[in-house]
Ligand binder design. Structure first.
Ligand SMILES: [Zn+2]
Ligand SMILES: [Zn+2]
Length: 322
């Protein structure tokens, strides 16, 4: 399905083989003709993009610039392919570029993180196999130009601004169009689901954990301060009440945090046990997301001095300080 905004922005929904079903990409029909995100690299996604562009009187070779919100395969997967066909340069935050290039090497670290967080070895292996299998749905980027926080993106008659919103992913950037009070949010803000701050898998020489949820919550505050009326997210429908949505998400995380704390009052738990309590029967392909959510809350609680962590037989156990 295609929707049109402000006469020159077309939202195109492309299929993905995951529960969210589709990713939104946006074609901006103003020189240089720009695509915001590209969808995953599958035949179905490519055909849908091609057909949709042709239906609008455009074509893949006519794309002149590609902007990527973040380095998850459903957003950048076919960027390299489209760039090869069109010659369009790709723009992305440097942290995401680094992550994309190191993703294959990070599966070893991912395995040790999951084990450390109490996930049983059999399930860890299934989760890793699933994640490895998804990598064929994305091409690594040969070359990219970097966009940092605050940088401008110029079109013939409009100027956008890059807003770095780490949390869901360390180098996620939103694109802000002040004149129309519009923000392209990638997965930073979605209408129906609370975006999951995904646990960062470090390269070998960086620390084991990162405060993804904490960063996410401060990135929400950053967006709250912008003069914005319309959010165009990377999945699902547009949002007309950004502040209401931000309040809802913040409240949801607060509730989760309180719940995790009350669960720990019954005794020490691994992040995996907390994940199972939050998401009973979590399938292998969602284990990593569940652990990300649990660890995100635990990191904040630990920093506030409300939980402590101790290591036993290579696993982290959290208990409440009270
Ligand atoms: Zn994402
Ligand atoms: Zn996504």
């Amino acid at each position: 399905m295609i929707r049109k905004f402000f006469d020159k922005i077309y939202k195109i929904e492309l299929p993905i083989p995951f529960p969210l079903k589709t990713t939104n990409v946006f074609l901006i029909d103003e020189p240089p003709r720009t695509l915001v995100d590209t969808g995953i690299k599958t035949d179905a996604s490519f055909e849908m993009l091609k057909k949709s562009l042709e239906g609008l009187g455009f074509s893949i070779p006519s794309i002149e610039r590609i902007l990527i919100t973040h380095g998850h395969i459903d957003h950048y997967g076919q960027a390299q392919k489209i760039s090869s066909l069109s010659g369009a340069p790709i723009y992305i935050h440097p942290k995401e570029y680094g992550r994309i290039r190191s993703v294959i090497h990070s599966f070893g670290s991912l395995k040790s993180i999951l084990l450390r967080n109490g996930v049983p070895e059999g399930l860890v292996n299934q989760a890793i196999r699933f994640m490895e299998s998804t990598q064929k749905m994305a091409d690594s980027l040969d070359e990219a130009f970097f966009l940092e926080d605050g940088e401008t993106i110029t079109f013939a008659s409009m100027i956008w601004k890059t807003i770095h919103c780490p949390g869901h992913s360390p180098g996620l950037i939103c694109f802000y169009w002040p004149e129309k009070k519009t923000l392209f949010t990638g997965d930073h803000l979605l209408k129906e689901i609370t975006p999951n701050p995904v646990l960062y898998v470090p390269n070998n020489n960086s620390p084991l954990r990162h405060p993804g949820l904490k960063e996410y919550l401060s990135s929400l505050k950053k967006v709250e301060k912008l003069d914005v009326d319309l959010l165009l997210p990377g999945h699902g429908e547009e949002v007309h009440d950004p502040r209401g949505l931000i309040r809802k998400i913040t409240g949801h995380h607060q509730e989760r945090m309180d719940y995790v704390l009350s669960f720990l009052s019954r005794g020490e738990k691994t992040p995996y046990e907390i994940t199972l309590d939050l998401f009973p029967g979590v399938p292998p392909f969602e284990v990593f997301l569940g652990i990300s959510e649990a660890v995100g809350h635990l990191e904040i609680l630990k920093e506030e001095g409300r939980v402590r962590v101790s290591e036993k037989e290579g696993k982290d156990y959290y208990s409440s300080e009270a």
